[in-house]
Write a protein that binds this ligand. Structure first.
Ligand code: NOJ
Ligand code: CA
Length: 691
């Protein structure tokens, strides 16, 4: 194979017995030959790798290996027993997504290693090299010498070559709901983020970051670290050695065990991924993470279709109503649900989420003894579940189920079959689940192996009942939506809700221009955009959304999810002409074009809706106003579209004047150029409807 080079050279190293040691370097190139991965064994047989991009080192010599419980580490004394190469160029179809088809094009290298000592344990390392980065993982083959593998830690290194600018959140073992910090690698201080007063759980034991973590080099190269196909393993944080600019895997642990992962051979670890692109926008284009997952295991997924939804939700976060009935202001009443059903039906929105419908909420946040409290079958007596579902059907609307587990896993596990069966009987095909609070059993963390298995098994079981899952306080997205498309979306970041109650003033204007190049690389986000009443009056005096209203519209296009909430209260939508964009905007895309963007500054994305050929554009900026010129070359040639432009008003500003919006109509073709004028914390949303 011409793209895969194997170089063997001999270096004379005189050891005590004046023998000569052989150092073998095996190299594999990306299909376009720009990325080069070399694998070699050090003098003492330690597996190491190095990555270059256009001959420049991106990851310098980095070690690979494991510390195991009660037995010697799997780290050195290896010899190569075999290497294999392979190339793949295939295309697969997303049932829904940012695009209809995905090209999976890579060169692959498998290195089979065996220890030279009497233990003679075997370990394989597999690299897949794409034009936009590298994925590699460990394979533990079936072997007599190593049946049960108890991993105390995985020691995968990523040796950086310089003090890159980094967009990071702390390596919290319980939650990803942190603000991003922009700093040099040498300045990463995750431990300073430990006390987070708005969160019911958070644990940060090391100076480590969670992934995706994105960096920009002095030469303008973009690098993002994450993982793919996280199955029956712990989530990986990256420990930061600020002096040596070295990242090293630090798996999430458990207080109930003295190890991080327990498996039986044969098994494979998740892929460790490094997306490497010249432009920031190409990080969003990259499908490397989802490509590294197995094809779909769900034969028929036609029971779910992407949708917009409204719901009984924001009103609780504002304090207008409550989840629990004892409060005297219960939100989930039959009457309120019907009002949302009517509103959705009138406005081309298919779903309605109802939170607080089931008993147990009186004993939710702040209680230690949460097992046996929530009931996922029994509605409060002012909520007639069957009547609501009947009414919704009559109006062509679908109810979205809600299961707040309060992280009391035993209780949820026990009721799961019954709860999903109830949904199946009612023909409810999606659930929003929640995991607020410290995990019960005590000692487990949200991102450890035990919980990874819970999240995955819940989704697999849900699929048996034709239920799609949108988890909040989830495990990170790692592209498993390819294998289990019913994992439709998730939270896993500081969502819109923080704007309603966070003591620190909510998500700053730069939050989403960072999220688009970090968290969004992992997969779909249930951010819940569309807040029109930016200042949250009269409910919240000291909180607000820190964007303009036009940016709230742009988020339907910028932030990808097959479910998109129109999150505000009905009364804030009624009569506002900007609602037309939410009515029109698609949720399922044939193709996506990232037109411009820089991490933390701005991003503009255009997406073509499947089946209609209509296009939608969203552009957002941080706290800086800016003008961006875009050419509409993505539109079908020789076709006229009616463009409706929802832009920041002249004096718009995320804080001083967030609701100033102008709506303009014009006819455009693929030769038209337009200048987007974004206010501070602002945005533009455009619908292009074919004439
Ligand atoms: C946290 C979720 O992120 C939020 O959306 C939900 O309303 C509450 N938990 C209650 O389940
Ligand atoms: Ca949350």
């Amino acid at each position: 194979m011409k793209t895969i080079l194997k170089i063997v050279f001999f270096i004379g190293i005189y050891c005590f017995y004046s023998c000569i040691k052989e150092v073998t370097t095996t190299t594999i190139l990306s299909p376009n030959q720009k990325i080069n991965v070399s694998f070699f064994l050090s003098e003492n047989g330690e597996p190491q790798y190095k990555i270059t991009h256009k001959s420049k080192t991106v990851i310098d010599t980095s070690a690979l290996g494991f510390d195991l419980k009660d037995v010697p580490s799997l780290a050195k004394n290896f010899k190569i027993i075999k290497t294999k190469t392979n190339s793949t160029d295939e295309t697969w179809k997303m049932p829904w997504g940012e695009q209809e088809t995905v090209r999976n094009h890579y060169n692959e290298l498998t290195i089979e290693l065996q220890e030279k000592n009497t233990l003679a344990r075997k370990l394989n390392i597999v690299f897949k090299v794409y034009d936009d980065g590298v994925g590699f993982r460990y394979e533990f083959p079936k072997q007599e010498q190593l049946k049960e593998v108890i991993i105390v830690d995985e020691n995968t290194q990523f040796q950086l070559t310089d003090d890159h600018t980094t967009w990071w959140i702390p390596g919290d073992w319980d939650i990803y709901e942190h603000l991003y910090t922009t700093s040099k690698v040498s300045e990463i201080d995750a431990l300073s983020k430990v006390n987070h007063e708005s969160l019911a759980q958070t644990y940060i034991p090391e100076n480590a970051v969670n992934t995706p973590v994105t960096m920009k080099t002095a030469d303008g190269l973009h690098i993002s670290f994450h993982e793919a196909a996280l199955i029956d393993y712990s989530g990986m944080t990256l420990k930061v050695d600020t002096e040596n600019l070295l990242l090293q895997s630090e798996l999430v642990g458990s207080e109930r065990t003295d190890y991080k992962v327990k498996r039986t051979t044969p098994f494979t670890t998740p892929w460790r991924t490094i997306q490497i692109t010249e432009k920031a926008t190409e990080l969003i284009d990259s499908k490397l993470i989802v490509n590294l997952n197995e094809p779909s295991k769900i034969a028929d997924i036609s029971w779910f279709t992407p949708m917009k939804y409204t719901g009984i939700w924001w009103e609780m976060h504002l304090g207008k109503s409550s989840w629990d009935k004892a409060s005297g202001k219960h939100g989930a009443t039959t009457e309120n649900a019907k009002a949302f059903i009517d509103f959705s039906a009138k406005n081309n929105i298919k779903g309605v989420l109802v939170e607080g419908w089931n008993t147990g909420w009186e004993h939710w946040i702040g209680f230690e003894d949460r097992e046996g409290v929530f009931d996922f079958i029994t509605p409060y007596d002012d909520y007639d579940l069957h009547e609501v579902v009947r009414y919704a059907k009559e109006k062509g609307v679908e109810i979205i189920m809600h299961h707040e587990t309060s992280a009391a896993i035993g209780t949820y596990d026990k009721q799961m079959d019954k709860a999903y069966q109830l949904m199946k009987d009612l023909e409810i095909h999606s659930v929003k689940s929640g995991y607020v609070g410290k995990i019960i059993p005590k000692g487990e963390y949200h991102h450890g192996q035990w919980m990874v298995n819970h999240y995955n098994n819940a989704a697999i079981k849900a699929a048996e009942y034709e239920v799609a899952v949108n988890a909040h306080e989830p495990i990170k997205a790692t592209g498993l939506r390819r294998t289990y498309p019913n994992i439709i979306s998730r939270e896993g970041l500081r969502g819109q809700e923080f704007n309603a109650w966070a003591a620190d003033g909510g998500n700053p204007p730069e939050h989403l221009p960072i999220v688009a190049f970090t968290r969004m690389l992992a997969g779909p986000i249930d951010y819940t955009p569309g807040i029109f009443n930016i200042k949250l009056t009269p409910y919240k005096e000291t909180n607000q959304v820190n964007t303009t209203i036009a940016q709230q519209l742009a988020l339907y296009v910028v932030i990808y999810s097959p479910i998109q909430m129109a999150a505000d209260l009905i009364e804030n939508y009624e009569g506002n002409p900007a609602l037309q964009f939410i009515r029109d905007v698609g949720v399922d895309w044939k193709q996506t074009k990232v037109l411009n963007g820089e991490v933390g500054d701005f991003v503009t994305i255009a997406r073509e809706e499947r089946n209609t050929g209509n296009w939608f554009l969203g552009s957002i900026t941080d706290e800086n106003p800016r003008n961006l010129e875009v050419s509409l070359t993505f539109l079908e040639p020789n076709t006229t579209y009616t463009a409706t432009i929802y832009k920041d008003g002249k004096e718009a500003h995320w804080d001083k004047n967030p609701t100033a919006i102008e709506i303009e109509h014009m006819e455009v073709t693929s030769t038209t150029k337009i200048t987007l004028k974004l206010a501070a914390g602002g945005g533009t949303a455009i619908s292009f409807i074919k004439k």
